[in-house]
Design a protein around this ligand. Structure first.
Ligand code: FAD
Length: 426
């Protein structure tokens, strides 16, 4: 029997559990979740501070959030969303989907809720066939237990620990500051002038929402060209923020030297990858937003029984989790072998160097975007799994094209698949 540990019961952990339960009679999954419920970041809370057990709030959902992808492409392949209803769904519907997934595959009875993983240590540091000693605190009793796992899937999410860039003189800024992790609704910004820093999904979404109550919103970013969509009349795109004007001040200095006077600064600047439970002897580093050393963004090159699910960004999360998890389980069950540790290192390094040569900044090495299709196709091929269906890619790309020029209303659209297997707007 092989005990396979899973850390976290968000979408990735649930998917890992669902497949671990059926991968082989020899695999016994053990899954720990620090909160009381499944769903991870989709468990909305008004709270922005600490949860009932004094842990930092995990969820980064805001009240009005609707998905930025249509539900037709977001589901796990073996559990589609019901066809009726909107394509872009509120966070509560996404959570309901994960609860239904969990119920459908009878997952909850396996999950140790209110159990936080404190430490992971290799039983044989340096040996590629090491096992993992996992120390867990039961948050209801404070009792510590250790479990020896043959393998471990790390599914702790990476949208919880805010990344805040350094801004010269920020300590002198006398407006309010907040990270999107703690943003819940626009009303506190009524009649204010707000600078939003960062124009990825959250920055764009939140800026538009703020415009309904704020006097003026400046969307500050370092994109090479302005976002091309029509924007609300009180939203203006500006260069990224580099400093605060000397002396106590509400004046931000931008990269192009211009200045903005604002009441509030909202960081939509992303998140850190963090694995606070990994002992140094696990040999994992996170530098410049790169988790290292990972083979195919997934498997520790030196310790192939340690997998990190969901590291890539700008991807279709659930379908990618599903293929990553099944790829790893194929290896654990012996249905597929992996390259040697040194070959996995060479592969990881070659990918790293190729990206740098293509001009990709080091902090974007896990950002896949259009590369995601080749990535999942290759995992699927190696593990003899079905690839993501072509119509899913077609709709994903269609929506990205629409969103670029129609930021304000694209979430009102509904998509249906025709008899020819092509998705179109209804
Ligand atoms: P999480 O959902 O973060 O789950 C991690 C789980 O691990 C949590 O339950 C946490 O409590 C638990 N955990 C962490 N540490 C420990 C520990 N030490 N011990 C025990 N348990 C632990 N994706 C889409 O597909 N479509 C969208 O429209 C979309 N919009 C998004 C909007 C926002 C604002 C954010 C933040 C994300 C969005 N995503 C979207 C991406 C989303 O993160 C993924 O869809 C997915 O839910 C991530 O799942 P996860 O399991 O990797 O992480």
């Amino acid at each position: 029997m092989k005990t396979v540990g899973i850390i976290g019961a968000g979408a990735a952990g649930l998917c890992a559990l669902r497949h671990a339960l059926t991968a082989s009679p020899n695999i016994v999954p053990v899954i720990w979740e620090q909160s009381k419920v499944v769903g991870g970041t989709w468990v909305y809370t008004d709270n922005i501070d600490k949860d009932d057990h004094g842990l930092p709030v995990h969820s980064s959902m805001y009240k009005s959030l609707r998905t930025n992808l249509p539900k037709e492409v977001m589901s796990f392949p073996d559990f589609p969303f019901p066809a009726e209803g909107d394509s872009f769904i509120p966070h509560a519907a996404m959570l309901r989907y994960l609860q239904d997934y969990s119920q459908n595959f009878d997952l909850e009875r396996h999950i140790k809720f209110e159990h936080v993983v404190l430490e992971v240590v290799p039983s044989k540091p340096g040996a590629s066939d090491t096992e993992w000693i996992v120390t867990v605190r039961d948050l209801t009793s404070d009792k510590l237990t250790t479990t020896l796992c043959h393998a471990l899937l790390i599914c702790n999410g990476h949208y919880s620990v805010p990344y805040i860039p350094s801004i010269d003189g920020i300590e002198n800024f006398c407006g309010s500051t907040m990270h999107s992790h703690s943003y819940r609704e626009a009303s506190p910004y009524s009649d204010q002038t707000v600078a939003v820093l960062g124009a990825s999904a959250s920055g764009l979404d939140i800026s538009v929402e703020l415009c309904s109550v704020a006097k003026k919103v400046y969307l500050c970013h370092n994109l090479p060209i302005p976002f091309p969509a029509a924007l609300p009349s009180n939203l203006e795109q500006k260069a990224g923020i580099v400093g605060v004007k000397q002396g106590t001040s509400n004046t931000l200095v931008l990269k192009d030297g211009s200045e903005l006077e604002v009441d509030a600064l909202l960081y939509c600047t992303g998140y850190y990858y963090t694995f606070p439970f990994l002992a140094d002897s696990c040999g994992v580093t996170v530098e410049d937003q790169q988790v290292w050393p990972l083979y195919r963004h997934l498997i520790h090159c030196d310790y192939p029984t340690l997998a990190f699910v969901g590291i890539p960004t700008k991807i279709l999360p659930f379908p990618l989790f599903d293929i990553q998890v099944r790829f790893f389980l194929r290896f654990l069950t012996g249905e597929m072998s992996l390259p040697s540790c040194s070959e996995m290192h060479d592969d990881a390094l070659a990918y790293h160097n190729r990206c740098l040569q293509e001009g990709c900044p080091p902090k974007q090495l896990h950002l896949l975007a259009s590369k995601q299709w080749d990535y999942v196709a290759e995992l699927a091929r190696l593990a003899n799994l079905p690839n993501i269906p072509s119509e899913v890619r077609q709709l994903y790309e269609l929506v990205h094209g629409i969103r670029k020029y129609d930021l304000l209303t694209f979430k009102q659209k509904k998509f249906v698949i025709g008899q020819d297997g092509i998705y179109r707007e209804m």
